[in-house]
Design a protein around this ligand. Structure first.
Ligand code: FRU
Length: 722
């Protein structure tokens, strides 16, 4: 009896909650092996639903489950139609996912009633590039209630984006989230910066920015529909007073993204700029966004210029710009903003810079020598271009007759240019992938450097080719330390591995095999400075990898290092050491001399702070292993094989006169170790655990002697840093 009452109450409750929405009706989800009772015509749709991406197609995303309609079967040129059996319009909305070509009537999905098209939708793409992501779309079909309808999916297009992708067709009473196509924000440029809300991991949107109705730039960005993680910024000071429009490809109608866009004269949320928890304090990072290769390293009039591969709109690789910073001392950087912005020739890939002392380019004005950037425009195709400054780097202009070097093959890129005095001309080292038949008859792309020469940086002539080097090549001459009049040429590329040899102005002749350039975990695409004073050869690399949790930026540069060529028992070797300018960062120094480190007794050295420069001379004596524990990471030298081991990597470090010399530099997100006179460099980008700050020395298997240990605590290079 009691139960009956409860049931009655429940039934009553449910009834009074109002009309329950009827369940959704699935028209098709394309999860089967065949199209079932759908009618297939032509070849574009294949025999059954595709399982995701088809051969030679960009990755298809955004569909549900494993299968979808993908008319790229047989490529863009295949055509056909796919028509559903009839069904009754028995709900208010028809929702679906759609992507692919954006050609009305040709790459589309139609709703047919009595054979007539009553609704139609296309994918978003009409131009090269774009995205294979399917996006939600829907039709309001309330006026068609009760009618018998069919879905017709059409691929009548050939050529670029001549295909259509569809999935998950559902009849529903729930009002679907509407997706707005090309919503526009209009504003007048009044302040220095335009701020765009970013949410890491949000759907990638394509944004077009026009100034005065003229297209200025296009980029992709993970726009925040609601609470942003951080704001990306564009310097709009050059457009003051002019109308700007921002057009987004698609946004849900509930998105607040465009209303979150604002202008101001300062960066947003920048109160703790450079003092953020995981911000390196003396390694270069970008204020906002992703960074990779150092570019255009050049010294002029007391300033070290550092350009870099920059995505201002996200914390992942993309939208490559050249960001720029300069410094008097290689540590205290002043970020000036993006200097090279993508244009109709492509995004701005890596390259170099030179001072054109003789004004061979004719870009100079008055006394001022032109600075010239030589970069890759990564468009279709990849070409080499130049830009210049006639005011010591204050402003930059792209050459109006770009490109200066046509495409040689595919992704040829990363020009490194220098002045070759003996032949009185410019030399460019350029990475070029060359397809070549191998012994087994198969075609394979081999990695080469192509050398070119030019009288004026504008006209380039092919000279010679050197095989075995990949992207980001560099080449320079270096004297041998202690051997008056002796020098070698050094060639290396992105992985840092180098050869020594001769360069006669046309051709590089190697005298060594490839030798490793580093022994660490995070180092790539390094470049040396052009025009450094006093014959210095200074190198900065990208400390590729690592994580910067919660930060509005991603990735960092290595320490600036001085290169030298030294005689070692194994022959001439390229050595690296932190530049002397590091001394400026020293805050306090403590030294210990002639201390016995007892086996098994790990000593913490009461080191304060997490910015450290440790220089140690150790006699391992009877110890089996000696070294340091740095914030939970062991750096250990082993007497058994004379190897220095750190974070899973190792390098050969033989003792010299029974002694081991180490220099270890610790920043907020990195450890760099220098050993064996700089022949061993071990860079690591690390997200330290915040609760482990201990730094100590250890010896095991026997006592060791610390001959000398100098520990310097370092200051932040940023004014606001701490
Ligand atoms: C190396 C590299 C270069 C290219 C650049 C693009 O990291 O792939 O070859 O120019 O990055 O960001």
């Amino acid at each position: 009896m009691r139960h009956a009452v409860i049931f009655a109450l429940l039934a009553c409750l449910l009834a009074t909650r109002g009309v329950r929405a009827a369940d959704d009706i699935l028209i098709a989800d394309f999860e089967g092996d065949t199209y079932g009772d759908w009618t297939v015509e032509g070849t574009a749709f294949g025999k059954g639903p595709a399982r995701g991406t088809l051969p030679n197609q960009m990755p298809v995303t955004g569909f549900l489950g494993k299968g979808l309609v993908n008319s790229y079967n047989g490529g863009d040129d295949a055509t056909g139609t796919l028509t559903s059996p009839p069904f009754t319009i028995s709900r208010k909305y028809l929702t679906f996912l759609i992507g692919g070509g954006g050609f009305p009537g040709k790459t589309c999905m139609n709703l047919l009633i009595d054979g007539k098209v009553v609704r139609t939708a296309t994918g978003p793409n009409t131009k090269p590039g774009g995205s294979e992501a399917l996006e939600p779309a829907s039709w309001d079909v309330q006026d068609l209630a009760g009618k018998s309808a069919r879905i017709q999916i059409v691929d009548a297009a050939t050529g670029g984006w001549g295909h259509i992708n569809v999935d998950q067709i559902v009849l529903s009473d729930a009002r679907p989230a509407m997706v707005l196509t090309n919503p526009i924000l209009r504003l007048t440029a009044e302040k220095q910066y335009l701020h765009l809300p970013v949410r890491n991991g949000a759907k990638v949107r394509h944004v077009k920015l026009a100034v005065d109705e003229k297209s200025d730039r296009e980029f992709t960005i993970e726009l925040a529909d609601d609470k942003p993680d951080w704001y990306a910024f564009i310097d709009i000071s050059a457009f003051r007073g002019k109308p700007i429009t921002l057009t987004v490809d698609k946004l849900p109608d509930s998105s607040k993204a465009l209303s979150l866009v604002e202008q101001s004269d300062t960066l947003k949320n920048a109160d703790n700029l450079y003092a953020e928890a995981n911000r390196p304090q003396f390694h270069f990072t970008s204020r906002r966004g992703w960074l990779n290769d150092p570019n255009g390293l050049v010294f002029y009039q007391g300033k070290w210029h550092l350009f870099y591969q920059h995505n201002p709109f996200g914390t992942q690789w993309g939208n490559m710009h050249w960001g720029h910073a300069d410094s008097d001392d290689l540590f205290h950087w002043r970020e000036t903003g993006d200097v090279l912005v993508p244009d109709s020739l492509g995004t701005m890939f890596s390259g170099s810079a030179v001072v054109d002392w003789n004004n061979t380019s004719g870009f100079g004005r008055g006394e001022e020598k032109p600075l010239v950037l030589i970069y890759t425009a990564a468009g279709n195709p990849f070409t080499q271009c130049i830009a210049y400054s006639a005011d010591a780097g204050a402003t930059w202009t792209k050459y109006d007759k770009n490109p200066v070097l046509k495409n040689i093959s595919g992704g040829n890129r990363d020009p490194k240019v220098f002045w070759h005095k003996p032949t009185n001309r410019w030399i460019m080292a350029l990475y070029v992938g060359v397809r070549q038949k191998q012994a087994d008859g198969k075609d394979k792309e081999i990695h080469t450097i192509h050398f070119h020469s030019s009288p004026d940086l504008k006209n380039w002539t092919f000279l010679s080719r050197l095989d075995g080097f990949f992207e980001c090549p560099d080449i320079f001459e270096l004297p041998v330390v202690g051997e008056a009049g002796q020098s070698r040429w050094v060639v290396f590329a992105a992985d840092g591995a180098y050869m020594l040899g001769q360069f006669d102005g046309t051709k590089f002749t190697p005298e060594t095999p490839k030798l490793p350039g580093h022994f660490g975990g995070n180092f790539y695409a390094a470049q040396t400075y052009s025009d450094a004073p006093n014959g210095r050869r200074i190198l900065i690399g990208w400390m590729s990898g690592g994580q910067f949790p919660g930060m509005p930026f991603n990735q960092q540069m290595s320490l600036p290092m001085e290169l030298s060529l030294r005689k070692t028992p194994d022959g001439l070797r390229l050595c690296k050491g932190p530049v002397a300018e590091m001394d400026k960062l020293a805050d306090g120094e403590s030294a210990r001399r002639n201390v016995i480190a007892r086996t098994g007794q790990n000593s913490s050295h009461e080191l304060n702070g997490d910015l450290l420069d440790i220089g140690a001379v150790i006699e391992p004596g009877q110890a089996k292993n000696v070294g340091f524990d740095i914030r939970g990471h062991r750096i250990s030298w082993s007497s058994a094989d004379s190897k220095l081991n750190a974070l899973g990597k190792s390098g050969n470090v033989p003792l010299v006169d029974g002694r081991l010399r180490l220099r270890i530099i610790v920043d907020r997100a990195s450890i760099e170790v220098f050993a064996a006179d700089g022949t061993v460099y071990m860079p690591f980008s690390i997200a330290f655990k915040s609760d482990s700050r201990a730094v100590g020395f250890f010896a095991d298997g026997g006592d060791a002697k610390i001959v000398e240990m100098k520990t310097r605590t370092l200051k932040s290079a940023w004014p606001a840093g701490k």
